[in-house]
Structures are given as C-alpha cells and as structure tokens.
Design a protein around this ligand. Sequence first.
Ligand code: ARG
Length: 461
Amino acid sequence: MKHNKPWGGRFVKQTAASVESFSESVSFDWRLYQYDIEGSIAHATMLARCKLINEKERDAIVKGLQEILAEINAGKFKFKESLEDVHMNIESALIERIGEAGKKLHTARSRNDQVALDLRLWVREQVRVMIKLLTSLQREVVKKGKTSFGLIMPGFTHLQHAQPVLLSHYLLAYVEMLERDKTRLQDCCTRLNRSPLGACALAGTTLTTDPALTAKLLGFKGVCENSMDAVSDRDFCVEYVFCLSMIAMHLSRLSEEWIIWCNDEVKFIEISDAYCTGSSIMPQKKNPDVLELIRGKCGRVFGHLMALLTLLKGLPLSYNRDMQEDKVALFDATDTVQISVSILAELVANTDFNREQMAAACEKGFIDATALAEYLVKKGVPFRVAHEIVGKIVKECIRVQCKLADLQLGSFTAFSSAIEKDVYKVLGVENCIKNYKSYGSTAPGFVKKRIAYWEKKLSKG
Ligand code: ARG
C-alpha cells in the first residue's frame, strides 16, 4: 500500500492517527503561509537560474503558488492535519495543481531550512508591525504630555512622595523606554536578517545552487555562513521574544502605576468608562481591568521567553522536532504584546488627569525638602550638613503639623543661620519645578523642548 505522506517512501505502515494529531503543527503554523510562498517563489527563481528547473517549470510553480496564496487569503484553502505542517500542505497543493513541475520545488531544500527561513521572514515583518504600534503608543503619550503641560505631580521613590515633577516629564519617561524598545527590535533584526535557505537539511547540497540569489530576492543582507547553524539557530526567536518581554514589562509598569492612580485614595486619573469594566455584584464599581490584563499578560510573555530558552538548552545540533514548539511561544508572545500595545494607546488617549488631586497630593510629604537642602548648599553649607539641618526642620514641621513653607523665618534661622528670607523662593512645588536646572531634569524648559523633539520625531512614521 502506498504511504500517503510526502516522506512515506520507506514506510510500510500508515501513521497512527494519534501520532498525526500529536505531531501536526499546521493548526498553528499555517500563519506562516505568506512567507512560505514568498520563500518558495524565490527558491524556484533561483533553481531556474541555476538550471535545476527550466523556465516553464518555474513559471508553473510561481503561478501555482500565487493561486494558492490567493486561495488561502480568500479563506478557501483547506489545510490538512495529515500533511503535518504549512510547508507540506502548500507543496502538496502545488503538486496537485501543476503536477510534475511541483515535485521539483523541494530540490536543494529541506523543511529545516525552509522553516528557519519562514520564521525569519515572519519575525522580520512582526518587528515592523511592532515598531509601528509602539510609535502610535508613543504619539498618544506625547499628546497627553503636551496637553497636560504644567501639571505638577509628586514624583515617587519607594512609592513615597519624593520630589515634585511635571506630569509631562513622567509621561515622557515612558516615551524614552518605548524608543529603546524600538531600537532593540531593530537591532535584533540586523542579526536575523540573513538567509538560512541553502543549508538544506543541515549540511548543504551537492547541487549547484545560488543561496546568495535567494537571499537577495528575499531582502536579506546575506546568507548564513554555516549550514548547521542556519537550521539550528533560534537565537533570533529568543532575542525577539526578549524584546517583547521588555516591552511587556514597560507596559506592565505603567499599568501598575495607573491602577494605583485610579484608586479612590489617589485618583490622579480618570479612565473613560469605555475602557473600564464593572463588577457583577458591586454596582458602584468601575475597575481598571484593561490595565490589570496588560500587567497580567506580561507574565505570559515572560513565560514564552523561558519556554524558548528551555526548549533550546538541551538540543544537540542540528534540527530536532522539539523546535516546532518555538512557534507556539513566538506567535502567542507576538499576539499578546501587539494587542497590549494597541489597547494601551487607546486607553492613554481616553484618560484624563486630575489636576486638583495631583496638586493636593503635592502638599503632602515635604516634597520640597531636597530643594531646601540645595538652597543651603547654594549658601555655602556642605550638602551632608544641609541634609541633616533640613531633616531636623522636617521633624519640627511634623511636630507642629505644617508644611515647610508655613514656617516663619525665625523658626528656620533657629536651625541654620544660613537661611534668609529668600528661602520662600525655593519652597513650594511651583518654585521647585521652576528652579530645576540640570540636563534631563523636569525643568519646564527642558520638558517643553523634549515634547517638541518627540512630536517631530514621531510624526515621521
Ligand atoms: N513543522 C516543522 C517545524 O515547525 C517543520 C520542520 C520539520 N522538519 C523535519 N525534519 N521534520 O519545525
């Protein structure tokens, strides 16, 4: 009996149904179809140039593949589990459609270099998508930074009031992080941008081929230098999912903060009803579930990074079927982070900041104390001494329950003769903000420039 698999020549028994469903990957790797076809078209073009197929055969292959692509795009293509993966599904459909010429497509190619190629093409495209999404998110954050310019909030360390900052400055901190995330993705792309096609199963081929041509046709910077490395390498997947993990971590930090910020005690923000959900029992509730989910999904992405590292750690060279599992992690990490970034952009656009609550919070916690210490430094007091003096003044304020700016000059001079009546020009959050000077600080002039910088940079696309 003829075996029904493309690799069935040496088999006498059909594959067990349980093995078929256990080992198939087409239920998830069908998503690679576009890249699989793109790769096959480039491969056929190369085969024809190298006279391994003739031009008629090449044209039939290209046309057949394009028709299959259209069919898949239209949702009319039936992927078969019995054909294992996306690669064999498409190849079989091609042979069914064009006959003998289709059987030549897999010349000088293995699924090992084919899947490595598809993955590289797929990740390269997803990097492009992700960078776009991050840019959109950055734009929304910058917009908020611009419209809220001048709004002052307490900056935190240890989640305690620390020093006053402009809300815009806080927001732009995330824009910086997201920008690094983008460059990290781009950097990851420079390493993956080499074609593994031509490595075949692991050792290359005895046929005369031109891997540089396929690499060029597919927009790669070059060909992988070592065929065993080419089919074994999934570093780029790990690196890419690490980049995604970093993004997810950044989103999760912002989410955590904003979850705190919409709590009844803090109320720094009001998220639009459209981006909150309610409770099934407590009628008054309006919960920041979107932010909580972004924070929660972050764990899932980290999990995929661990899964990939663990998947690879014990694998001997070169290809092992374990590697089929890479796609599960890769796809889900991508979907999860993409949806998180895009919904966060919407949520940011639909969030208002509460000026009064932020201003009220600024009155608590002596957040102008460091400004007072620096005032003393300007009067010639060594910083450590100034720190000690201000610490004592704060203690006194706690005792009499007042703010630093409420103290009479006489009370100040009792602690240090260096304090004069110009001290009131440094106390209070407004003065603090006005007086910041250092590069990269929350000084309004710097922040304004940075908003303009980002607006210009992000308008480019
Ligand atoms: N579906 C396989 C994967 O995703 C394709 C490569 C299969 N290669 C093999 N020698 N069985 O890894």
